[in-house]
Design a protein around this ligand. Structure first.
Ligand code: GLN
Length: 483
């Protein structure tokens, strides 16, 4: 039963082949048995899950239907869940039980989804390897000596290992797409403003966006449908109707114009990944797409700009964790300054402290123009590159990451080396565009992802292309040995 996708689960439940309660019990047992190898969960919510599963079965018994009614999922541990620890992967929030549900959590619960638990993540979503979590590193089910990617590494490892069919995640600079690529999943970062950020603990507010991680594009469509929509509680949420994503999956790709940026294939890209990307292009050509070389000339400036803007926003967002109102408080503070300093010094890990320092520096009076303002100008140039490209093509295709998942610990002593791995994903966040990563093959037994980017609000187009690709390839069906 653990092999079923969300779409298959919905059919099985509708046909009364099994109940949500039965399925939930199978998956909870599987998590108990296998997760010790992976460390993909921070908290399990067995009681809530069984209660939600029974309620979903009861709703189905009255004739109600819905793709998510009774479907087991998990939430990245930065979505607030009422009465349940919401740690953000940090010692700072180890004792924090959210007093309310995030909009995403509430919407999915209303649709009947069953929450199995809260997944591990890089501390405050800062990272690309899921090694900065206070709760320990997550392992990649494809090779337990390798990282699963980050910051949504727990959601990715759990779904890849078939502990559950899908999970929520967030993407500030690639944290849905990169772990999807590293674990052979399909992950979608929606357009900025498509999914509510209310109750999603902020890292960099102008870049953060929640989205689905699943095995197939079809399942991403189902989960996104439950997450997306206008939310008056989030001032950056956009009041645009949500299309029927599942209905868009079957469009023909005849005449689809795919742009492949020449900058993507410069030094730094593993040639074996380049070859798999070219193969995926050929596959889409067979389906009727036409391919064109394009240029994104400002791409080279994106990493430095992102690593100014994201820490700057983080330094502001994380100032609320001061040991006073909630979260970690140091023992026996001497005075108020000591309370602030030690609560933050002891509550935040080294990567978070590094980013707060970089961000506070970039925002300081003497350096604001030189760093923050300059980075914002680059951000505009990156966006303009995309706008020009989308005048000529319908989607942009390239690798999700320059290399496959690295070994645990390999980049611990060199944070900049890890930052450079974000080269293909962060531009979509700087521009606010939707992006999807889907399985495209393997290198040394480790999965490789191909990334698709589309104009604003064209999530349906991304899902359509990915679904058609998945109907004609079988990379996404491969299962890691032992799971
Ligand atoms: N790796 C990037 C960072 O560390 C992106 C993380 C994310 O998307 N949350 O900032």
């Amino acid at each position: 039963m653990h092999q079923l996708t969300l779409a298959e689960i919905a059919r099985g439940l509708a046909d009364k082949k099994f109940s949500s309660e039965e399925l939930t019990k199978v998956l909870l047992a599987r998590i108990a048995q296998l997760d010790p190898q992976l460390n993909s969960f921070i908290s399990l919510t067995e009681d809530l899950a069984l209660q939600q599963a029974k309620a979903a079965d009861a709703r189905r018994a009255t004739g109600e239907s819905g793709a998510l009614l009774g479907a087991p999922i998990a939430h990245k541990d930065l979505f607030c869940t009422q009465g349940i620890r919401t740690s953000c992967g940090s010692k700072m929030l180890d004792n924090f039980k959210a007093p309310y549900d995030a909009t995403v959590v509430a919407k999915l619960a209303e649709a009947g989804a069953v929450t199995l638990g809260k997944t591990n993540m890089d501390e405050f979503a800062m990272g690309s390897a899921n090694e900065s979590s206070y709760y320990g590193a997550v392992k990649n089910p494809w090779n337990l000596e390798h990282v699963p990617g980050g910051s949504s590494g727990g959601s990715a490892a759990a779904v890849a290992a078939r502990l559950l069919p899908a999970a929520t995640a967030t993407d500030t600079g690639g944290s849905i797409r990169q772990p999807a690529a590293f674990t052979n999943l399909t992950g979608l970062k929606p357009t900025y403003g498509r999914v509510s950020r209310w109750g999603m603990i902020a890292y960099a507010s102008s870049l953060d966006q929640g989205g689905p991680l699943a095995r197939t594009a079809e399942d991403c469509a189902i989960l996104l449908q439950g997450m997306a929509g206008f939310d008056p509680k989030d001032s950056t949420s956009i009041d645009e109707p949500v299309p029927d994503y599942s209905a868009s999956l079957n469009g023909s790709l005849q005449g689809l114009r795919i742009g492949v940026p020449k900058e993507y294939f410069s030094a730094g890209l593993d040639p074996r990944i380049a070859e798999l990307i070219h193969n995926s292009v050929k596959e889409l050509e067979k389906l009727g797409a036409v391919v064109k070389e394009i240029s994104l000339p400002n791409m080279q400036h994106a990493i430095p700009a992102y690593y100014v803007i994201a820490p700057a926003e983080a330094s502001s967002n994380l100032s609320r964790f001061d040991g006073v109102r909630f979260g970690y408080r140091c023992e026996d503070p001497k005075d108020l300054t000591d309370l602030y300093k030690r609560s933050r010094g002891e509550g935040f890990g080294p990567e978070v402290q590094r980013r707060i320092m970089v961000g506070a520096y970039a925002l300081s009076a003497g350096y604001y123009d030189a760093y923050y303002l300059k980075a914002q100008k680059i951000r505009r140039l990156v966006k303009n590159d995309f706008m020009a490209a989308f005048n000529e093509v319908d989607i942009i295709l390239g690798p999700t990451t320059p290399n496959p998942a690295w070994k645990l610990g390999a980049k611990n002593s060199d944070p900049v080396a890890a930052y450079l791995e974000d080269v293909y994903t962060i531009t979509a966040n700087l521009a606010g565009l939707p992006g999807l990563s889907m399985p495209a093959g393997f290198v040394d037994g480790l999965p490789v992802g191909v990334q698709l980017l589309a104009p604003y609000f064209q999530e349906g187009r991304l899902l359509n292309v990915a679904h058609q690709y998945q109907l004609n390839t079988d990379w996404h069906t491969r299962t890691p040995t032992g799971f």
